[in-house]
Structure formats: C-alpha cells, structure tokens
Design a protein around this ligand. Structure first.
Ligand SMILES: NC(=O)c1ccc[n+]([C@@H]2O[C@H](COP(=O)([O-])OP(=O)(O)OC[C@H]3O[C@@H](n4cnc5c(N)ncnc54)[C@H](OP(=O)(O)O)[C@@H]3O)[C@@H](O)[C@H]2O)c1
Length: 300
C-alpha cells in the first residue's frame, strides 16, 4: 500500500458467506452446499482478482476460472504446484493488495477468517451472504465495526439473504511521522526498547502536531538531532501490526544529519545501514517503502 493509497479509487470488496453464529468454515470446508450461493459468488467475482489465504486456497485446490488468484502465505517456498503459472503469490497482505491493484477488476477479499479479519480496515465494500443456519465450525467471520459500515441493499434468497455493505467512515488510523537521516549511502535506524525490529527515527503524532513537527520532535527525543530541512519522501498506509482493525498512516521525510546521533533511553540499539544491505529485522515501512525509494534516490 504505497503512496497516497487513501485516495485510491480501487474497490476492495470482501465477499463471504456466514451463518447466524458467524461460522464460515469447518475443518477447511464450507459447512453447507447452496448452489444458488455458489452461482451468486461466481456472478459477483467473475472478472475480478481474488486475494485469499493459503488455507482457503488449499481447500479449493485450484485457481477459479475467469478470475485472477493471489494467495497470501508467509512461506517463501510455497507454490501452487501444477497451477503455479496461474496463481500469484504474496507474502504480506499489503503486498497482495498492491499486486491486486495491478490486475483485472476489483480486489475481492475471498477469505478465510485470518484474511477477512486483517483486510476489514482496508475494505471499501462487502458482499455478504447471511445463511440461516447455525452449523458447527472452527472458522468465523469477524465482527463488522458497525460505525464504519452501512447496509445498502438486501436481497432474500433460499434460506439466506444477500447483503451489500459500503464503508461510510474510515477505520481508526494512527498517524505516524518518520525521518530518514541519510549520510554516505547509509540510513540511520533504531530499535526501540522492548521491540525486535529496526525502524526509522519517528513515532506517533501528538494531538495538534503536524507530521513535520512530530518528525523534528522525535528526532530530538530519540537521537538528539535537530533536522534543519525535511524533504517529504512519501505517505504510506498500512495495517497496524499491534492493533487489529486500525490503519497506520506514516509520513516519511528525508534529511541529512548535522552532528552525531546520541541514543536516548527509549532506544535499545542504533544502526547505520547501507541502503543496499539486506536485513531480516526491519520494520515494514522501512523495508518495503522507504528503502526502495532511497535506493532510487541514491543509486550506487
Ligand atoms: N464461507 C465463506 O465464505 C468462506 C470463504 C473463504 C474461506 N472459508 C473457510 O475459511 C477457513 C479458512 O480460514 P483460515 O482463517 O483458517 O485460513 P485463511 O485465512 O484462508 O489462510 C490463513 C493462511 O494465510 C496466510 N496468511 C494469513 N495472514 C497472512 C499475512 N498477513 N501475511 C502472509 N500470509 C498470511 C498464512 O499462510 P501460511 O500458513 O502458508 O503462511 C495463514 O496460515 C476454511 O474453513 C474455509 O473453508 C469460508
């Protein structure tokens, strides 16, 4: 989710069928067979791009015809075997959504529970089938944050209702500012106390603060540097790792450090890293958004 994603027109549509007890699956299977709902699923997804978790893909076992399939897995070795040339793979949900935005039609979030729960704050529409059953199951549809969503249409079917929802307000969004101090092909990164990943200097905005003000305050507080000139690098929208249902909007700036950084108490470790270095302990904003921009900006 790079750039000004908040203004993207792309529809991100959750499509799911859930029972009265919110069950969507049991031992990897959908616990009902309703041909009219299969036909409905086909009708609303044909020509679009499906994003699904690896477990849901496994339960289907093949890409669905007439749709692009993107499977999300953390397993870097995973492939769709004999269907590998027809199934795209992403290793983070945001990566899957970025990839989907380059493919045909809407982005359809096709489940299961893990993917629905994470994608809810990024979704713009939902097409849900309410099944009038209460089956046993081990996978459930997440609660819909009612203040953020409005029902816009409801069509009764056989033992079910098809329901269309639209987002009416943005999900809660944490505002963050970050500053990339770059010198001699290296960027300053810090690991905060009690955390495991290196990130840019920065943190949450205080009430009433602009991102630039927050970046300057954080730079002073964390590493004792006072940036003179901040150049905007970009605004990035991502899922909040520690607060389900929330987004994080990060505004990143670039500057040249004047003086040597001094580590404050809240910082456990500081590291200057080469822009082309590879580390597996970087925060997503740094790894997936800021470093690629800095590499373009300062080619070797
Ligand atoms: N009724 C319906 O409309 C409907 C629709 C779809 C699915 N379902 C049901 O839902 C159940 C499956 O749901 P589920 O929650 O168990 O599994 P799931 O959401 O389909 O897939 C979970 C897997 O997705 C990958 N994953 C999740 N979050 C990720 C992230 N942020 N980054 C990278 N990979 C990520 C992981 O794969 P790895 O383990 O490979 O890393 C994880 O194990 C099944 O019973 C299925 O039949 C029902």
């Amino acid at each position: 989710m790079t750039g000004d994603d908040a203004s993207d027109e792309r529809r991100v549509v959750m499509v799911a069928a859930y029972a009265r007890n919110r069950v969507i699956g049991d031992h990897g299977e959908i616990p009902w067979r309703i041909p009219e709902d299969f036909a409905h699923f086909k009708r609303v997804t044909i020509g679009h791009t499906l994003v699904m978790g690896r477990a849901t893909y496994d339960s289907i076992g093949r890409p669905l015809p007439g749709r692009t399939t993107i499977v999300v897995t953390r397993d870097r070795d995973w492939t769709a075997g004999e269907y590998a040339d027809r199934v795209l793979v992403a290793h983070r949900l945001e990566e899957a959504l970025d990839l989907a935005a380059t493919q045909q039609g809407d982005t359809v979030i096709a489940g299961g529970t893990q993917i629905y729960a994470q994608a809810m704050p990024l979704a713009t529409h939902q097409i849900l089938t309410e099944i009038a059953l209460e089956p046993d199951g081990d996978a459930r549809f997440p609660e819909i944050p009612s203040a953020e969503w409005g029902e816009v249409d409801r069509v009764p079917g056989p033992g079910l209702d098809w329901v269309w929802w639209e987002r009416i307000s943005a999900p809660p969004t944490l505002e963050v500012a970050a500053v990339a101090f770059v010198r001699d092909g290296q960027v300053l990164t810090v690991r905060k106390r009690g955390t495991s990943r290196f990130m840019l200097v920065g943190g949450k905005l205080d009430p009433g603060e602009t991102p630039a003000d927050a970046a300057c305050r954080e730079a002073e507080e964390e590493v004792g540097l006072q940036p003179r000139q901040l150049e905007p690098l970009g605004t990035f929208l991502a899922l909040a790792a520690n607060e389900p249902g929330h987004l994080v909007r990060s505004v990143a700036f670039l500057t040249v450090p004047e003086g040597e950084p001094q580590v404050a108490a809240e910082i456990e470790e500081m590291r200057w890293m080469g822009l082309d270095d590879r580390h597996d302990d970087l925060a997503p904003l740094l790894e997936h958004h800021v470093l690629p921009l800095l590499r373009q900006r300062f080619p070797r």
